[in-house]
Design a protein around this ligand. Sequence first.
Ligand code: E4P
Length: 214
Amino acid sequence: MKIFIDTANLDMIEEINSWGILDGVTTNPSLIAKEKTDTPSRVKAIAAIVDGPISAEAMSPDSEGMIREGRELAAIHPNINVKLPMCIESLKATKVLSSEGIDVNMTLIFTPNQALLAAKAGARYVSPFIGRLDDIGSYGSDMLAQTVSIIDDYDFDTEVIAASIRGPVHVLEAASAGCHIATIPYDVLKKMVSHPKTDEGIRTFIADFEKSKK
Ligand code: E4P
């Protein structure tokens, strides 16, 4: 499973990139606003750090605007893909952008049927939101697993990105479902590294090593 980081914070991206495990980055308008910046300049800065796909969200309400904005965002760097929110206008824009070789990440996916339509329109990525479904009492990971299985059953050039991840268990569920990519917040990535028994083991080995030198 490829690992993306879900943030627009450059320090976090640099740190996780230095671990050698980072395959890409997703941003969204809320993450960009948190950094008090704008999408074009921030994704340009991210592309200078990470060698992998970077999602930049287009905000136009209609397909013509999405296509125009998508072309502008994609022109910033070859690794940039255009994030569009699932709707009819986005499907139309995806058809055009994908035919021009511009990758689209269809976001705000909450059902496998939405993912199916996005893949049919030519989306390179579909992003089912797990956490936000859990928030309203549904099983986000069940929806994700069903989506992965449908996309894998057909000959789509589409990868599923597990999105809206809230904790390490979501990552585990995405990996168990054979999800192609998970976009993970910084704090969840940090939690995935540690285990109390690992820390205890490291302490014991260091203490025993020191004793053996005496
Ligand atoms: C995905 O690309 C989105 O940026 C993200 O995962 C949204 O997650 P949230 O529900 O934590 O805002």
